[in-house]
Write a protein that binds this ligand. Structure first.
Ligand code: HEC
Length: 114
């Protein structure tokens, strides 16, 4: 489904999205280097609820369908859950939460385009 965004809102959303991808890279890099604190910080700040406020500011007052909003919230929640398990240093649990976080990206991309 197309969101039919204005050019400004589309530019804002795409900036956020590219940062999301960079955040995933930083999280995987942090896990590889066993820098768990740093990886948890990125998951919370760059993909969790704090990021939602920044994303909304960039979306130039655009309105989104309720289902889109739900998918966005589910993705922030998955990222917060990921941030919470990273300090356990238990890679099996962490990777399972990371997979769910990426799954939330994929779910929205399968449903919506700009
Ligand atoms: C709630 C919906 C939603 C979620 C969640 C979401 N995205 Fe997106 N994403 C979009 C939409 C809409 C576009 C625009 C697609 C298009 O070009 O039509 C997009 C585009 C992108 C792009 C392309 C950006 C560009 O410059 O064209 C990347 C990269 C991306 N998303 C990464 C991610 C990552 C990584 C996550 C998860 C951490 C994520 N997205 C989660 C909705 C979402």
């Amino acid at each position: 489904m197309a969101l039919g965004l204005s050019r400004a809102a589309e530019a804002g959303i795409k900036l956020t999205m590219r940062e999301h991808l960079e955040a995933l890279q930083a999280i995987v890099a942090g896990l590889g280097l066993q820098e768990f604190e740093q990886a948890a910080k990125v998951a919370h700040e760059e993909l969790g609820f704090p990021k939602h406020h920044q994303a909304m500011q960039r979306e130039a007052g655009a309105t989104f369908p309720p289902k889109y909003h739900e998918l966005a919230m589910a993705h922030h929640q998955e990222a917060e859950d990921l941030a919470k398990v990273i300090p356990s240093k238990d890679l099996k649990t962490i990777l399972s939460k990371l997979e769910k976080t990426i799954g939330a990206c994929v779910s929205c991309h399968q449903a919506y385009k700009s």
